[in-house]
Design a protein around this ligand. Structure first.
Ligand code: GLA
Length: 707
């Protein structure tokens, strides 16, 4: 047992953790880096003990324990046949790892449990933490809850949290952190549209550029609970956990259970600073090696173009037109497999529909490849329709609890991945297609929520998620160069654990540029633009019935992993020229967009949303100003461009604007819009440029190049 208290410092570039390890580990400080003799300085934080409560100070440890008198949501709840329910762990070993991390082993010899805590701060200031519990005694240990806990300082008193639904993902809401705290629960069986598993706590009025913030992302693709507790003594902490269904986690002697990873980052520079940390972490530590160096090809996805109406000759025509516009990857979405003529049947029957494709898939793929494009195909591997050959021959493969009815979701059910044969069947079907055809990419969808995750009568919600990870891992091991997009009715399964094994997310089924501006903004807090699938849809948006100009659609899609989602054959020449123009523009900016620093810029007009990407070396930048609604006033103030090199001079030019920008409802726009301007980085940041006048639902693009 560690009797002597030891202070361990984990230091990043812009943040530091000071961890006091005695019997139990306590993070005493998490903020800006401090130097000097911190092991002495830490005594400054020794707390007083108020009257009327326990007679000694009880630290808020990395896994709070009821047995020690911490009246908080405990880090672990479980029992062994009703006993061993109040564990208290004592640290027996500290392993300081080379990667600026710690592995702490703690034991409770009475309860027969060992707890290993891994905590790491990476060079991009992202903390990751998880616990592993090992049952070291005879008898099954039933785990009810097992959480990750990180402290917050008392000055963290505001929150940014997420809510959403299908076609309305990543909506953020600001709220004061109330006494008592905040809690969200996702019980939809996947990461969910409803509660993207992340939140940000910060100091009063924290914003994009200012305030201290502590951001959290819980990397788990199933049910979760996030909470920020404020205790009666003012102390506060963030806790994240996978929700286990009754009885589903039972550890026999020697067995172990790990929590998902909780990722977190502190920034003294507001949300932009925090996002930069997470983006860098994703780029360097989450994305797989093969993907890092590869340029993200422009997509054409057939879904909103033809839906279930597949005719190979017509699809080839679509591909030819796509290639002419500069598309680099052509993806056949839902509708290609046996009996799939609508969304009511055939999921599970992963065999080509030969009535639609009498000559097979190979000629289309060859056609696509000859045009210089990669080919991609849609799957929804974990799903089954009752109207399918698969269900007719294996009704027992359905994920369900026997004896109960369950509602369908999009007319479908989920497959029981815990059933070995079902798992192997899907893996074999995917493997078949990837082995027999030149498929560079699959869109991996998951269109329903999980209602009754049951296997042989027992709850298997946790296992279903773990087996989904295994299914992807096994497929990737066989086909490491095939890229995967994660989609779940749009953005229902977007998290870091998915991203470790995939390459891109379909952010939303909503291609309406106005809606996308907000969805993409919400997503941008944690994800860099290159993993965010962002497509130009038809001018008449399918999910909202709004109409938008090609300018607004093009610039909105520009800042992600860009594609188009429509039938190019049926589009008029003017639209086609527009697609081509924005595809070329994206290609010319792609490297900057996909490697630079994302910044959400301040706007004088609340109807503006301003988004920028600045090159790492600050030599260039692109800025999009989107006018979401009518300008609030007749003039819209100044555009201040932050994040540039204050000592450098930049050539600033307007690169794209709506058709009627110079004549419509203005007599004239600011002079720089006509002829460009040279300005210093310092001027751009402190003073800015006069903002032009724009129509609602339009956007402009500005380019800055260091002179
Ligand atoms: C989901 C996806 C769409 C499309 C359809 C196909 O809704 O989000 O992009 O692939 O399924 O059925």
């Amino acid at each position: 047992m560690m009797n002597e208290k030891q202070v361990i410092a984990l230091s990043g570039q812009h943040s530091q953790l000071l961890i006091k390890v005695g019997e139990a580990p306590e993070i005493c400080y998490w903020g800006k880096p401090v130097s000097g003799d911190v092991s002495q300085f830490i005594n400054a934080l020794s707390r007083p003990v108020p009257y009327g409560r326990l007679d000694k100070d009880v630290p808020m440890t990395l896994s709070p324990e009821l047995a020690r008198g911490l009246f908080s949501s405990p880090g672990l709840e479980g029992h062994r046949d009703g006993k061993d329910w109040a564990p208290a762990f004592a640290v027996i070993d500290i392993d300081q790892c080379a990667d600026n991390g710690l592995a702490l082993t703690a034991e409770d010899t009475v309860a027969g449990l060992r707890l290993v805590t891994e905590l790491n701060l990476d060079q991009h200031d992202v903390v990751k933490v998880r616990h592993t519990l090992i049952n070291t005694k005879a008898g099954v240990y039933q785990v009810n809850r097992f959480a990750n806990t990180l402290p917050l300082p008392e000055r963290a008193n505001e929150l940014m949290t997420y809510y959403g639904r299908w076609v309305h993902e990543f909506q953020t809401v600001r709220q004061a952190l109330p006494q008592g705290g905040y809690q969200q629960e996702n019980r939809r069986g996947r990461t969910s549209h409803e509660h993207y598993p992340a939140l940000v706590a910060g100091t009063t009025h924290f914003g994009e550029q200012q305030g201290e913030v502590w951001g959290f992302h819980f990397a788990w693709s199933g049910n979760h609970r996030l909470r920020v507790d404020v205790k009666a003594d003012g102390r506060r902490f963030m806790q994240a956990e996978a929700i286990y269904l009754p009885g589903e986690i039972a550890l026999a002697e020697g067995e172990s259970l790990s929590t998902p990873w909780l990722y977190a980052s502190y920034s003294a520079d507001g949300l932009n600073g925090m996002s930069h940390h997470f983006h860098q972490h994703v780029r360097h530590s989450i994305l797989t090696n093969e993907m890092k160096a590869k340029t993200r090809p422009i997509h054409l996805n057939t879904w909103e173009g033809i839906y279930f109406d597949h005719d190979p000759a017509y699809i080839e025509q679509m591909a030819s037109q796509a290639a002419e516009m500069g598309v680099e990857r052509f993806i056949i979405d839902d509708g290609w497999f046996k009996g799939r003529n609508g969304d009511k049947a055939a999921l599970g029957d992963w065999f080509l529909d030969e009535s639609k494709y009498p000559n097979g898939l190979a000629p289309i793929i060859e056609h696509v490849n000859k045009l210089g494009m990669e080919f991609g195909l849609w799957f929804e591997p974990e799903m089954i329709n009752k109207d399918s050959d698969l269900y007719r021959s294996h009704p027992e493969w359905l994920l369900a609890v026997e004896g109960y009815e369950q509602p369908t979701g999009r007319n479908q059910y989920a497959l029981d991945l815990s059933n070995h044969d079902a798992f192997e069947f899907v893996l074999a079907r995917l493997d078949h297609f990837l082995s027999h055809y030149n498929i560079a990419y699959i869109k991996w969808d998951m269109n329903r929520e999980i209602v009754q995750p049951g296997h042989q009568g027992k709850a298997s919600g946790h296992q279903q998620v773990e087996l989904y990870y295994q299914l992807v891992d096994k497929l990737r091991a066989k086909h490491p160069l095939v890229e995967i997009e994660s989609c779940a009715a749009g953005g229902g399964r977007i998290d870091f654990e998915v991203l470790k094994r995939t390459h891109r997310f379909w952010a939303s089924d909503n291609n309406d540029a106005l809606e996308r501006q907000q969805i993409q903004r919400g997503m941008s807090y944690f994800f860099p633009p290159e993993v965010m699938g962002s497509h130009i849809g038809a001018s008449h948006c399918h999910s909202t019935r709004r109409r938008h100009s090609i300018n607004f659609r093009g610039l909105t899609a520009l800042f992600g992993h860009m594609g188009i989602e429509l039938d190019p054959v049926r589009e008029c020449d003017e639209e086609k020229q527009g697609f081509e123009k924005y595809i070329q523009l994206h290609k010319s900016l792609r490297e900057l967009l996909h490697t630079g620093k994302t910044l959400r810029l301040p706007a004088d007009d609340p109807a503006h949303l301003i988004h920028a990407v600045v090159a790492d070396d600050q030599s260039q930048a692109v800025v999009m100003v989107a006018q979401l609604a009518m300008p609030t006033n007749s003039l819209s103030g100044t555009l201040r461009l932050v994040g540039l090199n204050p000592d450098a001079n930049y050539q600033i030019s307007l690169v794209d604007q709506p058709n009627n920008f110079f004549e419509g409802i203005v007599s004239c726009q600011p002079a720089w819009c006509y002829e460009g301007i040279h300005l210093s980085g310092e001027w751009c940041d402190s003073v800015g440029l006069a903002m032009p006048i724009m129509d609602a639902e339009s956007a402009i693009l500005i380019k800055l190049e260091q002179i």
